[in-house]
Design a binder for this molecule. Structure first.
Ligand SMILES: [Zn+2]
Length: 421
């Protein structure tokens, strides 16, 4: 656990009248350097004081699942006519061959700046690793991480978007991506053909992860097909390899298509293996269920059942204006709103949980929980929202008036909306 920080008593930033998430009365927050040193009724002066005027102050948001290498290509590619995952993957091939580091830095930078303005200071991004784009997406995102380090902490996942066994050469590229500086090993087992290669795919991911002592974050069963059952194997493998708590599974749409008994058993194994789950309703609401007549399935994983089982669940933006998804503005309050709709999380306690999914739960997924939150000693990554409560914030997605990262104000927003009556 983090030691309590004892500063020299000279505050650099003081936030007055903050309605801290989870606390009743307004408090002041004193910050020295990059850390919170005081909470309560704080006297004294600081070079910079913010009067939050009772606005909601939350730990800054975390986006646990995004594809920054692909973002903002949506206006340069043909539209996804079928709306499916497969067509989206194929549309990108031509574009991906022409990616350059500079082009990725420009597009990803646009989204990172938007995300920071919207109160996000940490992200986990996937970077395609395959024989089409080679190592360009990884190199691009490594450059992005360096360029924007003052406004965003970025974890990079080496992601075999085209499969590993069906795209010979990818396994070697995955190792090179890890050597270059990727943080986590990605995967996409359900994308192998024949499907029986899904298990060897997972085995290879674990081999690479162990070689680099890296954690794992895979795209798992992103399909409506109830026969896509790699999540169960991933959970078993995680336990067998002693990787509990180090593995994340994204999407897992097929879990919703499984018979209830089997789904319950898989969730039990997921919990035992302490796998972090990421649902991406923003994309999967539009990508999945495309083959259905009515009723058209929602295509998202079993969020409520996973939460009820005590599994750590978060959600991500996933895509911003690409072949998979035409919209997105890197705003976790918008993602929270859509996720609450998709997973039917509407009771007061469920709405609080939705807020936790992009804050505390997300910090747990990224492995940064020890240094996250509003408490003395923690790094001051905060967002001051012009809202009275988490529910109010998710409902209206109002201005993020100030965004603070490591004790520094990195964004200040005001929309100045006024009715002329
Ligand atoms: Zn994804």
């Amino acid at each position: 656990m983090l030691q309590k920080y004892v500063g020299d008593g000279k505050m650099d930033l003081l936030i007055k009248n903050a309605r801290i998430v989870g606390r009743k009365d307004p408090n002041d927050i004193g910050i020295e350097g990059e850390r919170i040193t005081k909470i309560g009724k704080v006297s004294g002066r600081a070079p910079k004081t913010i009067d939050a005027k009772g606005m909601l102050v939350s730990p800054a948001f975390i986006d646990t699942h995004i594809h920054l290498d692909k973002c903002m290509i949506g206006d340069d590619i043909r539209p996804n006519v079928s709306g499916t995952l497969q067509e989206a993957i194929e549309i990108i091939w031509e574009k991906k061959r022409k990616y350059t580091v500079a082009d990725i830095v420009k597009r990803a930078g646009e989204v990172i700046e938007l995300a920071a303005l919207n109160g996000t200071t940490r992200m986990r991004t996937h970077a395609d690793v395959d024989t089409i784009g080679g190592l360009t997406p990884i190199k691009g995102l490594l450059a992005v991480r360096e360029k924007f380090k003052n406004i965003m902490d970025i974890q990079i996942v080496a992601f075999p978007q085209e499969g590993i066994l069906r795209d010979p050469g990818t396994e070697e590229l995955m190792r090179k991506a890890m050597e270059l500086g990727a943080d986590l090993v990605g995967g996409m087992p359900h994308h192998e053909r024949p499907y029986s290669e899904a298990r060897p795919h997972i085995d290879i991911c674990f081999e690479i992860a162990k070689e680099f002592d890296a954690d794992i974050d895979m795209h798992v069963d992103e399909t409506d097909d109830p026969n896509s059952r790699s999540l169960e194997y991933l959970a078993e493998k995680t336990a067998k390899e002693g990787y509990q708590g180090r593995v994340t599974a994204g999407h897992t749409c097929a879990l919703a298509a499984y018979p209830d008994d089997y789904a319950k058993e898989v969730i039990r194994k997921v919990k035992l293996a302490n796998i972090n789950m990421i649902t991406n309703p923003v994309t999967n609401l539009v990508i999945q269920g495309r083959g259905d007549k009515q009723p058209i399935r929602r295509g998202i994983t079993r969020v409520k059942e996973l939460l009820a089982a005590g599994v750590n669940v978060t959600f991500g933006q996933d895509c911003v204006n690409d072949a998979f998804y035409p919209f997105g503005k890197a705003d976790m309050l918008e993602v929270a709103n859509i996720s609450a709709h998709a997973a039917q999380l509407t009771m007061p306690d469920e709405i609080e949980t939705v807020f936790e999914m992009m804050t505390t739960n997300a910090a747990r997924t990224l492995g940064v929980l020890d240094d996250y939150g509003i408490a003395v000693g923690k790094r001051a990554d905060l967002v001051i929202i012009d809202a009275s409560s988490p529910k109010d914030a998710i409902r209206r997605q109002p201005d993020r008036r100030w965004v603070i990262k490591g004790g520094k104000i990195i964004a200040e927003n005001t929309s100045n909306r006024k009715l002329k009556t």
